[in-house]
Design a protein around this ligand. Structure first.
Ligand code: CP
Length: 303
């Protein structure tokens, strides 16, 4: 089988992404029925985390364990990556020992460099460029609650950063219409928006973005690495909080998603988090199921 990576959603075709989402739903059902096969017995996943994680780490560890394999947590503080061993060398070394690697890094170039020198599949578990694993879970969650997302209207409210970038890629692959509302200073890369202009619209008014949408999504105003800008960002993002009043502008059967962790009183209100339209807990749980389907696809292909 040819080695495949999952560095962005665009590494997979629409058909492949649909397969992974459907497979995640099937694997979740099998688990609920107590059916766990162990097709990855004897296989290992290396997890390189430069940045903190709860959902991604636990999702990958449990996924690998339930598939019969094992996951190894590696942080720069505990490995030679933190002492200057080149990323390329680390990729070649890990490729000799494990069967698949996931990385969460501050800079996307680190993951690209690793993938270039790896001989086993590499997964982007979040970088400054994107968070494609989160989008698998989000798409799974939408399909489970409302069916096909094709042709639906999605509103992304907040920072035009990695989650926003992945929503832009998702709009292209999953064929939904995306309206992004950001303060001007925090808009996504104009070139990325321009390249996806048939699906993506950029506005500065959250109410305009949310109007009649089928899915409302937000993310923290200060992602990891931007903590020092928190005060300034709180000021700039004023008015971009997803409140019940804002969510009420969406379609009556709209869903609300947030990749978490959430900052209540900043990008989202407590009431929205607990509203019946909020599916954030199922979305978080689906990180495990979709990552399981992703690992299986990268190592075994379609089963
Ligand atoms: N959403 C997400 O990636 O969560 P973690 O940072 O906890 O992994």
């Amino acid at each position: 089988m040819t080695r495949r990576n999952f560095l962005t959603l665009l590494d997979f075709t629409t058909e492949e992404l649909d397969y992974v989402v459907r497979r995640a739903i099937d694997l979740k059902a099998h688990r609920d029925e107590g059916q766990l096969s162990e097709p990855l017995k004897g296989k290992s996943l290396a997890m390189v985390f430069e940045l903190s994680s709860t959902r991604t780490r636990v999702g990958f560890e449990v996924a690998m364990s339930e598939l019969g394999g094992q996951a190894i947590f590696l942080s720069p503080a505990d490995t030679h990556l933190g002492r200057g061993e080149p990323v390329a060398d680390t990729a070649r070394v890990l490729s000799e020992m494990v069967h698949i690697v996931m990385l969460r890094t501050a800079k996307h170039e680190t993951i690209e460099c690793f993938a270039e020198h790896s001989s086993v599949p590499v997964i982007n578990a979040m970088s400054d460029l994107g968070h494609p694993c989160q989008l698998l879970a989000d798409m799974q969650t939408y399909v489970e609650h409302r069916g096909d997302i094709r042709g639906r209207k999605v509103a992304f409210i907040g920072d035009g950063y990695n989650m926003c970038n992945s929503y832009i890629n998702a709009s292209r692959r999953f064929e939904f219409d995306l309206t992004i509302a950001t303060p001007k200073e925090y808009a996504p890369d104009p070139e990325r928006v321009r390249c996806n202009a048939s699906r993506v619209r950029l506005v500065n008014d959250p109410a305009e973005a949310v109007q009649d949408s089928d899915l409302v999504v937000t993310d923290v105003w200060s992602s990891m690495g931007h903590e020092k800008e928190q005060q300034h960002r709180r000021h700039c993002f004023k008015g971009f909080e997803v409140t019940l009043e804002l969510l009420d502008r969406a379609s009556p059967d709209a869903l609300f998603m947030h990749c978490l962790p959430a900052h209540r009183g900043e990008e989202v209100s407590e009431e929205v988090m607990e509203d019946q339209r909020s599916v954030v807990w199922q979305e978080a749980g689906n990180r495990m199921h979709s990552q399981k389907a992703l690992i299986e696809f990268l190592l075994l292909g379609r089963v």
